[in-house]
Design a protein around this ligand. Structure first.
Ligand SMILES: NC(=O)c1ccc[n+]([C@@H]2O[C@H](COP(=O)([O-])OP(=O)(O)OC[C@H]3O[C@@H](n4cnc5c(N)ncnc54)[C@H](OP(=O)(O)O)[C@@H]3O)[C@@H](O)[C@H]2O)c1
Length: 248
């Protein structure tokens, strides 16, 4: 039987790297591991992708394989090249993202620049990569796209005065994840044969937040890996750890 082919963007560090590790190692607490996986380890440069693969190799259970691939979500050429290169894909994990300028200076030029920068990667590049690969994904028996979102992208959470992060009023990065949630919902209508899931890993200690996150990277990655493998995951869903449903 052919291996389940999975692409992870931004897999050279942080959550993406640990998701690759968990899937390669057949992490025991995860449900429904396929018999074998082939992981495309995505990074912005060949050097980073190669290094990530050499670090990850030791975790690969028998029969599981990995392959370095270059993907820069801010570059159409990079997206097109990867779309042309990958011939088999069952699951796309759209994980790569940036935080942008959290100081959020409000001059018109600064607002425009920050939105352009963050949306370029987190929304535009992610949607473009999904389209570049969707016809390949649709050939899979169990096609799935997992968009790594954030609880900060939930409009209902943002407006709930009792929500743990209610005091956090940053605009650009959180709204990029709201937009990504919209992409998840609308693409699920465009491609009803593909399962689209948005997942919030939770506030996790990675370079993204200067390691201020409350939970270790293994815990956040587990939430993503669970969304990747969970046979009960529904399309157009927005979940956190163990598939618990979040409000849009
Ligand atoms: N950490 C948290 O608390 C938290 C909470 C909720 C959601 N998330 C989400 O989880 C995902 C992973 O974040 P993380 O915490 O693991 O952060 P991280 O350690 O900073 O990793 C982010 C990854 O994205 C890659 N990336 C950045 N720009 C890219 C681009 N233009 N094209 C392709 N890849 C790009 C980075 O590559 P380089 O190494 O080359 O920069 C890196 O591999 C993100 O989608 C983030 O929004 C994180």
């Amino acid at each position: 039987m052919s291996a389940t082919h999975i692409l992870i963007t931004g897999a050279n560090q942080g959550l993406g790297h640990t998701v690759a590790q968990q899937l390669l190692a057949r992490e025991a607490t995860l449900p429904n591991h396929p018999p074998s996986v082939h992981i495309y380890v995505g990074a912005r440069s060949q050097e980073k992708a190669d290094k990530a693969c050499s670090d990850l190799k030791k975790y690969a259970a028998e029969g599981n394989t990995l392959e370095p691939v270059i993907i820069d979500l801010a570059s159409d050429a990079s997206i097109e090249a990867l779309g042309n290169k990958i011939e088999k894909l069952d699951i796309l994990i759209n994980n790569g993202a940036i935080l942008g300028d959290m100081q959020e200076s409000t001059s018109p030029a600064a607002v425009r620049k920050n939105f352009a920068n963050v949306y370029e990667t987190n929304v535009f590049g992610t949607a473009a990569l999904t389209y570049a690969l969707i016809e390949t994904i649709r050939k899979s028996k169990e096609p799935r796209v997992v968009n790594v979102s954030s609880g900060l992208g939930s409009i209902q959470n943002q407006l709930d005065p009792n929500w743990a992060f209610h005091g956090m009023t940053a605009l650009v990065y959180p709204s990029s994840k709201t937009a990504l949630n919209g992409v998840t919902a609308i693409m699920s209508k465009q491609y009803p044969d593909v399962k689209f899931v948005a997942v919030d890993p939770g506030y996790t200690s990675t370079a993204f937040n200067g390691h201020s996150g409350h939970q270790p990277v293994e815990v956040g990655a587990h939430a993503i890996s669970h969304a990747v493998l969970d046979p009960k995951a529904k399309t157009a869903s927005y979940v956190e750890k163990e598939g618990v449903v979040l409000p849009w």
